[in-house]
Design a binder for this molecule. Structure first.
Ligand SMILES: NC(=O)c1ccc[n+]([C@@H]2O[C@H](COP(=O)([O-])OP(=O)(O)OC[C@H]3O[C@@H](n4cnc5c(N)ncnc54)[C@H](O)[C@@H]3O)[C@@H](O)[C@H]2O)c1
Length: 457
Protein backbone atom coordinates (compact mmCIF):
# COMPACT_ATOMS: atom_id res chain seq x y z
CA UNK A 1 0.00 0.00 0.00
CA UNK A 2 1.23 3.50 -0.83
CA UNK A 3 0.95 5.90 2.09
CA UNK A 4 0.49 9.68 1.72
CA UNK A 5 3.25 10.45 4.22
CA UNK A 6 5.97 8.44 5.90
CA UNK A 7 6.55 9.56 9.45
CA UNK A 8 9.24 8.39 11.85
CA UNK A 9 9.37 8.76 15.62
CA UNK A 10 12.79 8.28 17.20
CA UNK A 11 12.40 7.25 20.85
CA UNK A 12 9.57 4.93 21.94
CA UNK A 13 9.04 6.06 25.53
CA UNK A 14 6.17 7.68 27.41
CA UNK A 15 5.99 10.44 24.78
CA UNK A 16 7.17 8.71 21.60
CA UNK A 17 4.94 5.64 21.91
CA UNK A 18 1.59 7.31 22.62
CA UNK A 19 2.11 10.42 20.46
CA UNK A 20 3.18 8.49 17.38
CA UNK A 21 0.36 6.00 17.94
CA UNK A 22 -2.11 8.89 18.07
CA UNK A 23 -0.89 10.19 14.70
CA UNK A 24 -1.26 6.70 13.21
CA UNK A 25 -4.75 6.40 14.67
CA UNK A 26 -5.96 9.77 13.41
CA UNK A 27 -4.22 9.59 10.03
CA UNK A 28 -4.81 6.15 8.48
CA UNK A 29 -3.35 7.40 5.21
CA UNK A 30 0.07 7.94 6.81
CA UNK A 31 2.59 5.28 7.72
CA UNK A 32 4.12 5.81 11.14
CA UNK A 33 7.26 3.99 12.28
CA UNK A 34 8.64 4.23 15.80
CA UNK A 35 12.24 3.22 16.54
CA UNK A 36 14.28 2.93 19.69
CA UNK A 37 17.78 1.87 20.67
CA UNK A 38 16.26 -0.33 23.37
CA UNK A 39 15.24 -3.65 21.76
CA UNK A 40 13.31 -4.73 24.86
CA UNK A 41 11.15 -1.64 24.65
CA UNK A 42 10.42 -2.25 20.98
CA UNK A 43 9.64 -5.92 21.69
CA UNK A 44 7.21 -4.81 24.40
CA UNK A 45 5.49 -2.37 22.00
CA UNK A 46 5.10 -5.28 19.60
CA UNK A 47 3.59 -7.51 22.32
CA UNK A 48 0.32 -7.59 24.26
CA UNK A 49 2.14 -6.31 27.33
CA UNK A 50 2.88 -2.68 26.39
CA UNK A 51 5.90 -1.07 28.08
CA UNK A 52 3.81 1.71 29.61
CA UNK A 53 0.36 1.87 31.17
CA UNK A 54 -1.85 4.64 29.89
CA UNK A 55 -5.67 4.43 29.93
CA UNK A 56 -7.03 3.97 26.39
CA UNK A 57 -3.64 3.30 24.81
CA UNK A 58 -4.18 -0.46 24.32
CA UNK A 59 -7.16 0.19 22.06
CA UNK A 60 -5.23 2.67 19.90
CA UNK A 61 -2.31 0.27 19.51
CA UNK A 62 -4.65 -2.62 18.72
CA UNK A 63 -6.36 -0.56 16.01
CA UNK A 64 -3.16 0.60 14.27
CA UNK A 65 -0.24 -1.74 14.92
CA UNK A 66 0.71 -3.73 11.84
CA UNK A 67 -1.60 -1.57 9.68
CA UNK A 68 -0.01 1.87 9.61
CA UNK A 69 1.95 1.81 12.88
CA UNK A 70 5.19 -0.13 13.14
CA UNK A 71 7.74 -0.51 15.94
CA UNK A 72 11.30 -1.31 14.90
CA UNK A 73 14.92 -1.25 16.02
CA UNK A 74 16.21 -0.54 12.52
CA UNK A 75 17.00 3.12 13.05
CA UNK A 76 19.25 3.55 10.00
CA UNK A 77 16.81 2.19 7.42
CA UNK A 78 13.95 4.06 9.07
CA UNK A 79 15.81 7.36 8.77
CA UNK A 80 16.43 6.67 5.08
CA UNK A 81 12.82 5.76 4.38
CA UNK A 82 11.01 8.57 6.18
CA UNK A 83 11.05 12.28 5.43
CA UNK A 84 9.28 13.59 8.54
CA UNK A 85 11.13 12.71 11.75
CA UNK A 86 9.89 13.36 15.28
CA UNK A 87 12.65 13.26 17.90
CA UNK A 88 11.20 11.89 21.16
CA UNK A 89 14.36 10.84 22.95
CA UNK A 90 14.95 11.34 26.66
CA UNK A 91 16.61 14.52 27.92
CA UNK A 92 17.49 13.72 31.54
CA UNK A 93 19.38 15.99 33.89
CA UNK A 94 23.11 15.80 33.30
CA UNK A 95 24.81 13.91 36.12
CA UNK A 96 28.44 14.74 35.38
CA UNK A 97 30.78 17.57 34.40
CA UNK A 98 29.68 21.12 33.66
CA UNK A 99 26.07 21.70 34.65
CA UNK A 100 25.87 18.43 36.62
CA UNK A 101 22.55 18.12 38.46
CA UNK A 102 20.94 20.98 36.54
CA UNK A 103 21.57 21.18 32.81
CA UNK A 104 19.91 18.88 30.29
CA UNK A 105 21.98 15.90 29.22
CA UNK A 106 21.85 16.23 25.46
CA UNK A 107 23.88 13.15 24.56
CA UNK A 108 20.81 11.15 23.35
CA UNK A 109 19.57 14.07 21.32
CA UNK A 110 22.99 14.70 19.73
CA UNK A 111 23.43 11.04 18.89
CA UNK A 112 20.07 11.18 17.12
CA UNK A 113 21.01 14.32 15.19
CA UNK A 114 24.23 12.67 14.00
CA UNK A 115 22.38 9.50 13.03
CA UNK A 116 19.91 11.55 11.00
CA UNK A 117 22.80 13.35 9.32
CA UNK A 118 24.65 10.12 8.57
CA UNK A 119 21.78 8.05 7.19
CA UNK A 120 19.67 10.60 5.33
CA UNK A 121 19.63 10.37 1.54
CA UNK A 122 16.86 12.93 0.95
CA UNK A 123 15.54 16.12 2.55
CA UNK A 124 13.93 15.82 5.98
CA UNK A 125 11.80 17.77 8.37
CA UNK A 126 13.18 17.16 11.85
CA UNK A 127 10.76 17.89 14.68
CA UNK A 128 11.86 18.32 18.29
CA UNK A 129 9.16 16.75 20.42
CA UNK A 130 11.37 16.13 23.43
CA UNK A 131 11.76 19.01 25.88
CA UNK A 132 14.96 20.82 25.03
CA UNK A 133 16.69 23.89 26.42
CA UNK A 134 16.31 27.08 24.40
CA UNK A 135 18.52 27.17 21.31
CA UNK A 136 18.75 23.38 20.95
CA UNK A 137 17.21 23.67 17.48
CA UNK A 138 20.11 25.90 16.49
CA UNK A 139 22.61 23.24 17.56
CA UNK A 140 20.63 20.63 15.66
CA UNK A 141 20.62 22.82 12.55
CA UNK A 142 24.37 23.28 12.86
CA UNK A 143 24.98 19.53 13.01
CA UNK A 144 22.59 18.78 10.15
CA UNK A 145 23.94 21.57 7.95
CA UNK A 146 27.15 19.55 7.56
CA UNK A 147 25.45 17.78 4.69
CA UNK A 148 25.46 20.40 1.92
CA UNK A 149 23.35 18.41 -0.56
CA UNK A 150 20.30 17.68 1.57
CA UNK A 151 17.88 20.18 3.17
CA UNK A 152 16.97 19.75 6.82
CA UNK A 153 14.26 21.92 8.32
CA UNK A 154 14.08 21.87 12.10
CA UNK A 155 10.83 22.57 13.92
CA UNK A 156 10.04 22.67 17.61
CA UNK A 157 6.83 20.90 18.59
CA UNK A 158 6.94 20.31 22.35
CA UNK A 159 4.61 17.73 23.83
CA UNK A 160 2.25 18.90 26.57
CA UNK A 161 0.64 15.57 27.42
CA UNK A 162 0.12 14.68 31.03
CA UNK A 163 0.76 11.04 31.92
CA UNK A 164 -2.34 9.18 33.02
CA UNK A 165 -4.39 11.39 30.75
CA UNK A 166 -2.17 11.23 27.68
CA UNK A 167 -4.68 9.77 25.24
CA UNK A 168 -7.29 12.40 26.04
CA UNK A 169 -4.65 15.17 26.05
CA UNK A 170 -3.41 14.19 22.61
CA UNK A 171 -6.89 13.69 21.21
CA UNK A 172 -8.14 17.07 22.52
CA UNK A 173 -5.05 19.17 23.10
CA UNK A 174 -5.41 22.66 24.62
CA UNK A 175 -2.90 23.72 21.99
CA UNK A 176 -0.41 22.26 19.56
CA UNK A 177 2.63 24.47 19.42
CA UNK A 178 4.89 24.65 16.38
CA UNK A 179 8.06 26.71 16.56
CA UNK A 180 9.42 27.49 13.12
CA UNK A 181 11.79 29.80 11.27
CA UNK A 182 10.18 32.69 9.37
CA UNK A 183 11.85 31.65 6.11
CA UNK A 184 10.27 30.24 2.98
CA UNK A 185 11.43 26.72 3.85
CA UNK A 186 10.61 27.14 7.54
CA UNK A 187 7.05 28.12 6.69
CA UNK A 188 6.72 25.21 4.25
CA UNK A 189 7.89 22.78 6.95
CA UNK A 190 5.46 24.30 9.46
CA UNK A 191 2.59 23.88 7.00
CA UNK A 192 3.38 20.20 6.56
CA UNK A 193 3.27 19.67 10.32
CA UNK A 194 0.04 21.70 10.60
CA UNK A 195 -1.47 19.46 7.92
CA UNK A 196 -0.70 16.36 10.02
CA UNK A 197 -2.30 17.72 13.20
CA UNK A 198 -5.24 19.25 11.32
CA UNK A 199 -6.45 15.69 10.73
CA UNK A 200 -8.00 15.90 14.17
CA UNK A 201 -7.04 19.14 15.97
CA UNK A 202 -9.12 22.28 15.27
CA UNK A 203 -6.99 24.78 13.33
CA UNK A 204 -7.34 27.53 15.91
CA UNK A 205 -5.60 25.32 18.47
CA UNK A 206 -2.57 24.76 16.26
CA UNK A 207 -0.41 27.76 16.97
CA UNK A 208 2.89 28.93 15.58
CA UNK A 209 5.67 30.84 17.26
CA UNK A 210 9.33 31.47 16.76
CA UNK A 211 11.45 28.44 17.64
CA UNK A 212 12.97 29.95 20.77
CA UNK A 213 9.58 30.92 22.23
CA UNK A 214 8.40 27.40 21.53
CA UNK A 215 11.36 25.76 23.28
CA UNK A 216 11.13 28.15 26.22
CA UNK A 217 7.32 27.88 26.55
CA UNK A 218 7.53 24.18 27.28
CA UNK A 219 9.96 24.73 30.17
CA UNK A 220 7.91 27.66 31.47
CA UNK A 221 4.68 25.72 31.16
CA UNK A 222 5.99 22.95 33.41
CA UNK A 223 7.55 25.48 35.76
CA UNK A 224 4.17 27.21 36.20
CA UNK A 225 2.38 23.92 36.83
CA UNK A 226 4.95 22.81 39.39
CA UNK A 227 4.88 26.26 40.98
CA UNK A 228 1.15 25.95 41.63
CA UNK A 229 1.69 22.65 43.40
CA UNK A 230 4.51 24.07 45.51
CA UNK A 231 2.42 27.17 46.29
CA UNK A 232 -0.49 25.18 47.68
CA UNK A 233 1.85 22.76 49.44
CA UNK A 234 3.72 25.65 51.08
CA UNK A 235 0.43 27.02 52.40
CA UNK A 236 -0.51 23.55 53.70
CA UNK A 237 2.38 23.82 56.17
CA UNK A 238 0.93 27.08 57.47
CA UNK A 239 -2.54 25.54 57.68
CA UNK A 240 -1.20 22.75 59.90
CA UNK A 241 0.17 25.36 62.33
CA UNK A 242 -2.95 27.53 62.35
CA UNK A 243 -5.81 24.99 62.24
CA UNK A 244 -6.92 26.36 58.88
CA UNK A 245 -8.03 23.79 56.32
CA UNK A 246 -6.06 23.70 53.06
CA UNK A 247 -8.99 22.23 51.11
CA UNK A 248 -11.15 25.18 52.11
CA UNK A 249 -8.37 27.67 51.39
CA UNK A 250 -7.72 26.12 47.97
CA UNK A 251 -11.39 26.17 47.10
CA UNK A 252 -11.80 29.80 48.13
CA UNK A 253 -8.66 30.97 46.33
CA UNK A 254 -9.52 28.92 43.25
CA UNK A 255 -13.00 30.47 42.97
CA UNK A 256 -11.32 33.68 41.90
CA UNK A 257 -11.51 33.33 38.13
CA UNK A 258 -8.15 35.07 37.80
CA UNK A 259 -6.55 32.21 39.74
CA UNK A 260 -8.75 29.32 38.58
CA UNK A 261 -9.45 26.12 40.47
CA UNK A 262 -7.28 23.64 38.60
CA UNK A 263 -4.02 22.20 39.89
CA UNK A 264 -4.61 23.33 43.46
CA UNK A 265 -4.69 19.90 45.09
CA UNK A 266 -2.42 19.57 48.06
CA UNK A 267 -0.12 16.56 48.15
CA UNK A 268 3.04 14.97 49.43
CA UNK A 269 4.79 16.69 46.52
CA UNK A 270 5.07 16.48 42.76
CA UNK A 271 7.00 13.80 40.94
CA UNK A 272 7.35 12.61 37.39
CA UNK A 273 10.24 12.79 35.01
CA UNK A 274 9.59 16.35 33.85
CA UNK A 275 8.75 18.98 36.47
CA UNK A 276 11.96 18.87 38.47
CA UNK A 277 14.19 18.34 35.45
CA UNK A 278 12.57 21.13 33.44
CA UNK A 279 12.78 23.61 36.32
CA UNK A 280 16.42 22.67 36.87
CA UNK A 281 17.04 23.35 33.17
CA UNK A 282 15.27 26.70 33.50
CA UNK A 283 17.34 27.57 36.57
CA UNK A 284 20.51 26.57 34.74
CA UNK A 285 19.60 28.75 31.78
CA UNK A 286 18.91 31.72 34.06
CA UNK A 287 22.24 31.28 35.84
CA UNK A 288 23.96 30.98 32.46
CA UNK A 289 22.57 34.41 31.55
CA UNK A 290 23.49 35.74 35.01
CA UNK A 291 19.85 36.10 36.03
CA UNK A 292 20.49 34.83 39.53
CA UNK A 293 17.38 36.31 41.17
CA UNK A 294 15.19 34.67 38.55
CA UNK A 295 17.04 31.39 39.03
CA UNK A 296 16.61 31.56 42.82
CA UNK A 297 12.89 32.22 42.43
CA UNK A 298 12.30 29.07 40.37
CA UNK A 299 14.67 26.99 42.45
CA UNK A 300 12.34 27.74 45.38
CA UNK A 301 9.67 25.62 43.69
CA UNK A 302 11.90 22.57 43.93
CA UNK A 303 12.98 23.37 47.48
CA UNK A 304 9.37 23.51 48.66
CA UNK A 305 8.71 20.18 46.96
CA UNK A 306 11.56 18.59 48.87
CA UNK A 307 10.44 20.29 52.08
CA UNK A 308 6.92 18.91 51.65
CA UNK A 309 8.25 15.36 51.43
CA UNK A 310 10.47 15.88 54.50
CA UNK A 311 7.49 17.31 56.36
CA UNK A 312 5.46 14.23 55.56
CA UNK A 313 8.13 12.06 57.19
CA UNK A 314 8.39 14.39 60.22
CA UNK A 315 4.61 14.24 60.67
CA UNK A 316 4.71 10.44 60.63
CA UNK A 317 7.50 10.36 63.18
CA UNK A 318 5.88 12.93 65.48
CA UNK A 319 2.52 11.21 65.36
CA UNK A 320 3.94 7.74 65.97
CA UNK A 321 5.69 8.69 69.21
CA UNK A 322 8.99 9.59 67.54
CA UNK A 323 9.91 6.07 66.61
CA UNK A 324 8.91 3.82 63.76
CA UNK A 325 11.70 1.30 64.27
CA UNK A 326 10.29 -2.17 63.65
CA UNK A 327 6.83 -0.77 62.82
CA UNK A 328 5.11 -1.90 59.66
CA UNK A 329 3.94 0.87 57.32
CA UNK A 330 1.92 0.33 54.18
CA UNK A 331 2.47 2.68 51.23
CA UNK A 332 -0.75 2.85 49.26
CA UNK A 333 0.45 3.93 45.84
CA UNK A 334 3.94 4.22 44.45
CA UNK A 335 3.33 5.80 41.01
CA UNK A 336 4.01 9.55 40.92
CA UNK A 337 0.34 10.10 40.08
CA UNK A 338 -2.79 8.07 39.43
CA UNK A 339 -3.44 6.21 36.17
CA UNK A 340 0.18 5.61 35.31
CA UNK A 341 2.74 2.99 36.24
CA UNK A 342 5.50 5.61 35.99
CA UNK A 343 7.48 6.10 39.19
CA UNK A 344 10.20 8.44 37.93
CA UNK A 345 10.93 11.04 40.66
CA UNK A 346 7.91 9.75 42.58
CA UNK A 347 7.78 11.14 46.14
CA UNK A 348 7.11 7.51 47.13
CA UNK A 349 10.74 6.66 46.42
CA UNK A 350 11.99 9.28 48.86
CA UNK A 351 9.35 8.42 51.47
CA UNK A 352 10.15 4.69 51.22
CA UNK A 353 13.88 5.30 51.61
CA UNK A 354 13.41 7.60 54.59
CA UNK A 355 11.06 5.18 56.35
CA UNK A 356 13.60 2.40 55.83
CA UNK A 357 16.36 4.61 57.23
CA UNK A 358 14.21 4.91 60.35
CA UNK A 359 14.17 1.10 60.35
CA UNK A 360 10.48 0.75 59.65
CA UNK A 361 9.28 -2.23 57.64
CA UNK A 362 7.39 -1.19 54.52
CA UNK A 363 4.78 -2.86 52.36
CA UNK A 364 4.37 -1.29 48.92
CA UNK A 365 1.06 -1.56 47.12
CA UNK A 366 0.10 -0.12 43.73
CA UNK A 367 -2.19 -1.34 40.93
CA UNK A 368 0.24 -0.56 38.09
CA UNK A 369 3.64 0.46 39.41
CA UNK A 370 5.00 -2.51 41.36
CA UNK A 371 7.48 -3.52 38.66
CA UNK A 372 8.99 -0.03 38.65
CA UNK A 373 8.81 0.19 42.46
CA UNK A 374 10.86 -3.01 42.75
CA UNK A 375 13.50 -1.52 40.44
CA UNK A 376 13.50 1.81 42.32
CA UNK A 377 14.06 0.13 45.67
CA UNK A 378 16.42 -2.59 44.48
CA UNK A 379 19.44 -2.72 46.75
CA UNK A 380 18.01 -0.56 49.54
CA UNK A 381 18.74 -1.83 53.00
CA UNK A 382 15.70 -2.85 55.02
CA UNK A 383 12.53 -4.89 55.00
CA UNK A 384 10.35 -4.24 51.96
CA UNK A 385 7.57 -6.35 50.51
CA UNK A 386 5.22 -5.76 47.58
CA UNK A 387 1.64 -6.68 46.94
CA UNK A 388 -0.96 -5.33 44.57
CA UNK A 389 -3.88 -6.20 46.86
CA UNK A 390 -4.38 -3.30 49.32
CA UNK A 391 -6.19 -5.53 51.84
CA UNK A 392 -3.26 -7.91 51.88
CA UNK A 393 -0.82 -4.98 52.10
CA UNK A 394 -2.30 -3.37 55.22
CA UNK A 395 -2.48 -6.56 57.33
CA UNK A 396 -0.74 -6.07 60.70
CA UNK A 397 0.48 -2.61 59.69
CA UNK A 398 0.77 0.16 62.26
CA UNK A 399 0.17 2.87 59.65
CA UNK A 400 -0.96 3.53 56.11
CA UNK A 401 0.58 6.31 54.00
CA UNK A 402 -1.48 7.19 50.92
CA UNK A 403 1.01 8.35 48.31
CA UNK A 404 -0.87 8.11 45.00
CA UNK A 405 -4.42 9.33 44.36
CA UNK A 406 -5.68 6.10 42.76
CA UNK A 407 -9.50 6.20 42.68
CA UNK A 408 -9.70 2.64 44.11
CA UNK A 409 -8.26 3.83 47.41
CA UNK A 410 -11.25 6.07 48.08
CA UNK A 411 -13.61 3.11 47.97
CA UNK A 412 -11.71 0.63 50.11
CA UNK A 413 -13.55 -1.06 52.98
CA UNK A 414 -11.79 0.75 55.81
CA UNK A 415 -13.77 -1.10 58.50
CA UNK A 416 -12.26 -4.32 57.22
CA UNK A 417 -8.84 -2.68 56.96
CA UNK A 418 -9.00 -1.32 60.51
CA UNK A 419 -9.79 -4.76 61.89
CA UNK A 420 -6.62 -6.25 60.42
CA UNK A 421 -4.23 -3.47 61.50
CA UNK A 422 -2.11 -3.12 64.64
CA UNK A 423 -3.61 -0.58 67.08
CA UNK A 424 -3.44 2.34 67.46
CA UNK A 425 -3.86 2.50 63.69
CA UNK A 426 -2.67 5.57 61.79
CA UNK A 427 -3.49 6.92 58.34
CA UNK A 428 -1.34 9.61 56.73
CA UNK A 429 -3.25 10.82 53.69
CA UNK A 430 -0.57 12.27 51.43
CA UNK A 431 -3.17 13.16 48.81
CA UNK A 432 -6.16 14.22 50.94
CA UNK A 433 -8.40 11.85 49.01
CA UNK A 434 -10.01 9.91 51.87
CA UNK A 435 -13.05 10.71 53.99
CA UNK A 436 -11.15 11.71 57.12
CA UNK A 437 -14.11 12.07 59.49
CA UNK A 438 -15.38 8.62 58.56
CA UNK A 439 -11.96 7.10 59.11
CA UNK A 440 -11.73 8.78 62.50
CA UNK A 441 -15.13 7.35 63.49
CA UNK A 442 -13.92 3.88 62.52
CA UNK A 443 -11.07 4.30 64.99
CA UNK A 444 -8.12 5.50 62.92
CA UNK A 445 -5.86 8.38 63.93
CA UNK A 446 -6.00 10.45 60.78
CA UNK A 447 -3.35 12.85 59.52
CA UNK A 448 -4.37 14.72 56.38
CA UNK A 449 -2.12 17.32 54.75
CA UNK A 450 -2.85 20.94 55.64
CA UNK A 451 -5.74 20.12 57.98
CA UNK A 452 -5.94 19.49 61.70
CA UNK A 453 -5.33 15.81 62.48
CA UNK A 454 -8.20 13.73 63.93
CA UNK A 455 -6.76 11.73 66.81
CA UNK A 456 -8.16 9.65 69.64
CA UNK A 457 -5.58 10.57 72.28
N1 LIG B 1 6.85 11.75 30.10
C1 LIG B 1 6.11 12.83 29.94
O1 LIG B 1 5.02 12.95 30.52
C2 LIG B 1 6.55 13.94 29.03
C3 LIG B 1 5.63 14.91 28.66
C4 LIG B 1 6.04 15.92 27.80
C5 LIG B 1 7.34 15.95 27.34
N2 LIG B 1 8.24 15.01 27.73
C6 LIG B 1 9.59 15.06 27.20
O2 LIG B 1 9.68 14.09 26.15
C7 LIG B 1 11.00 13.52 26.12
C8 LIG B 1 10.92 12.03 26.23
O3 LIG B 1 10.35 11.70 27.48
P1 LIG B 1 9.86 10.24 27.81
O4 LIG B 1 9.16 10.31 29.13
O5 LIG B 1 9.14 9.66 26.65
O6 LIG B 1 11.27 9.51 27.98
P2 LIG B 1 11.56 7.95 27.95
O7 LIG B 1 12.83 7.74 28.67
O8 LIG B 1 10.33 7.21 28.40
O9 LIG B 1 11.75 7.61 26.40
C9 LIG B 1 12.84 8.03 25.62
C10 LIG B 1 13.21 6.89 24.69
O10 LIG B 1 14.20 7.36 23.78
C11 LIG B 1 15.08 6.27 23.50
N3 LIG B 1 16.31 6.78 22.92
C12 LIG B 1 17.31 7.49 23.50
N4 LIG B 1 18.26 7.78 22.61
C13 LIG B 1 17.89 7.24 21.43
C14 LIG B 1 18.46 7.20 20.13
N5 LIG B 1 19.62 7.80 19.87
N6 LIG B 1 17.80 6.56 19.16
C15 LIG B 1 16.61 5.95 19.41
N7 LIG B 1 16.02 5.97 20.62
C16 LIG B 1 16.65 6.60 21.62
C17 LIG B 1 15.25 5.62 24.85
O11 LIG B 1 15.72 4.29 24.73
C18 LIG B 1 13.82 5.68 25.41
O12 LIG B 1 13.07 4.53 25.11
C19 LIG B 1 11.77 14.20 27.24
O13 LIG B 1 12.46 15.30 26.71
C20 LIG B 1 10.68 14.70 28.16
O14 LIG B 1 11.09 15.82 28.91
C21 LIG B 1 7.86 13.98 28.55
Amino acid sequence: MKFEKNILGIGAGYVGGPSMAMIACKCPAYKVTVVDIDPLRIAAWNSDDLPIYEPGLDAIIAATRGKNLFFSTDIEASIRENDIIFVNVNTPVKMFGVGAGMAADLQYWEKTARQILQHSRSSKIVIEKSTFPVKTALAMERILSNNKTIRFDVLSNPEFLSEGNAVNNMENPDRVLIGFRETENGIKARDILVEIYANWVPRERIIGSNIWSSELSKLVSNAFLAQRISSINAISALCEKTDADINEVAMIVGMDSRVGNKFLSVSVGFGGSCFKKDILNLVYLCRHYNLNEVADYWEGVIKINQYQQERFISNILNAMFNTITGKKICLLGFAFKADTGDTRESPAIFIARRLLEEQAEIVVSDPKALKNARADLAGVVGKVSYTEDPYEAVKDCHAIAVLTEWAIYRDLDFHKIYETMTKPAFIFDGRNILDHKRLFKIGFNVYPIGKPPLVHF
